[in-house]
Ligand binder design. Structure first.
Ligand SMILES: *Cc1c(COP(=O)(O)O)cnc(C)c1O
Length: 405
């Protein structure tokens, strides 16, 4: 039985904390982590939660308490992870396009680092030589993922060191005696097809003999979760089996053992999240019925940014006859959450819930149109806890400096 929050619970949270509000369900995160642990029990696998999906400190603490590790995409995320209690050896900083000074800071904090450019690798080698183990992020030239904007491994992608530059990498490693502890590939987000990960494993298979001190092979994140009613996610148990086979193949060929590292973001926190909005305005135009909610792409940008689909329900009128609606926001852009969506009759004042709102929801939010960022509530053992306050008017002016005219 999968952990879910009921319409009654969501309605009561909306009444207590107002809307729009993000609601997260701790036990769902736990359930997802246990799925990973169970699927990968046959290999030495480690999971680093890609914290950029949802960085609230309480979420980080919950994930830490599960025994999961953390992957960071900026030095600030590294500092948040430290604050949340993660041990330095369980923090990974997978950088891209960053200043070398951030890598220096990460070394001072003692965390694991994946470097994604020859330029930073060279600076790293000059400064640290063999003294600090480091991973390298490679670009495998594989096209995969749910949308071009979330595809990171293809041959025009900015991410990672292009694999055809292996000779340059090896020359730097040799020149500075760099301790290469890991190889990393993240092909993108929403990778349903297990064979994409296996292609990466094949690439690692060929690369391993070039690096004598490797400890880990990092296959990145991007496990897909179902967004649509009829959709399936990545077959995680199958992936677990295939990874165990790949690790065994490496052992048979080279007599070396490696840890398999993963960086799931969405898999851990997408389904735990519910975004509750309220209908401000109903509007009829030709054949289209608009339901305008008290939110917009300032709160949930995924549908507008990469055409993603979020399941929506009218929890105020669940048993009413079904009609077709276009759900829009209140922002001065065309912020369509969903076009031609079948929902039980929608009325002004109804609560519309967006599902799978835990990952890249609040996190990508902004104050565009000078609107407040929503409140955030975490439900633990049936009890709601406020973990993020709704903005107030003062927040809009917080970093503004008023000059005298
Ligand atoms: C974003 C990101 C992830 C997580 O992706 P999900 O689709 O949320 O699993 C993992 N690794 C790296 C390097 C990333 O940039």
């Amino acid at each position: 039985m999968s952990a879910t929050l009921s319409n009654e619970q969501l309605t009561s949270i909306a009444n207590e904390y107002g809307t729009p509000v993000y609601v997260y369900h701790a036990e769902k995160i736990t359930e997802q982590f246990h799925k990973l642990q169970s699927a990968f029990r046959q290999s030495k696998s480690r999971f680093f939660y890609a914290s950029k999906a949802l960085t609230n400190i309480n979420i980080l603490k919950h994930i830490h308490a599960l025994g999961c590790h953390v992957d960071c995409s900026s030095i600030n995320e590294v500092k948040l992870a430290v604050l949340a209690g993660f041990e330095k050896e369980n923090i990974l900083y997978t950088s891209n396009g960053i200043a070398f000074s951030e890598i220096e800071e990460a070394v001072e904090l003692g965390v694991n680092i994946n470097i994604d450019s020859l330029s930073n690798l060279e600076k790293f080698g000059r400064k640290y030589g063999h003294s600090y183990p480091v991973g390298i992020r490679l670009r495998p030239n594989i096209m995969a993922g749910g949308h071009l904007k979330i595809s990171t491994g293809h041959e025009k992608s900015k991410f990672g060191i292009p694999i055809e530059q292996l000779d340059n990498i090896l020359a730097l490693v040799e020149a500075h005696d760099i301790f290469i502890a890991g190889l990393h590939v993240h092909t993108g987000s929403e990778i349903k097809d297990v064979s994409v990960f296996m292609k990466v494993a094949d690439i690692f298979f060929d690369l391993v003999p070039h690096f004598r001190e490797l400890v880990y092979l990092d296959l990145g994140g991007g496990f897909k979760v179902p967004y649509r009613e009829d959709e399936e996610g990545t077959d995680v148990p199958l992936l677990g089996e295939k990874v165990a086979e790949a690790m065994q193949r490496l052992k048979d060929a080279y007599n070396r053992d490696f840890e398999a590292w993963f960086e799931p973001g969405k898999f851990l926190v997408s389904e735990c999240g519910y975004f509750i909005t309220q209908v401000n305005v109903m509007k009829q135009s030709g054949n289209t019925t608009f339901a305008g909610v008290n939110s917009g792409f300032n709160h949930l940008i995924r549908p507008m940014f990469y055409e993603s689909y979020h399941r929506i329900a009218n929890i105020s009128n669940p048993d009413a006859p079904i009609h077709t609606y276009t759900i829009t926001g209140n922002i001065c852009e065309t912020d369509t959450f969903a076009a031609d969506r079948q929902l039980p009759e929608v009325r002004e004042g109804d609560l519309l819930v967006f599902y799978n709102a835990g990952a890249y929801g609040f996190e990508m939010g902004s104050n565009y149109n000078s609107r407040f960022k929503p409140a955030q509530v975490l439900v633990i053992k049936g009890q709601p806890h406020l973990i993020g306050k709704r903005d107030t008017f003062e927040d809009l002016l917080r970093n503004q400096v008023e000059i005298t005219f």
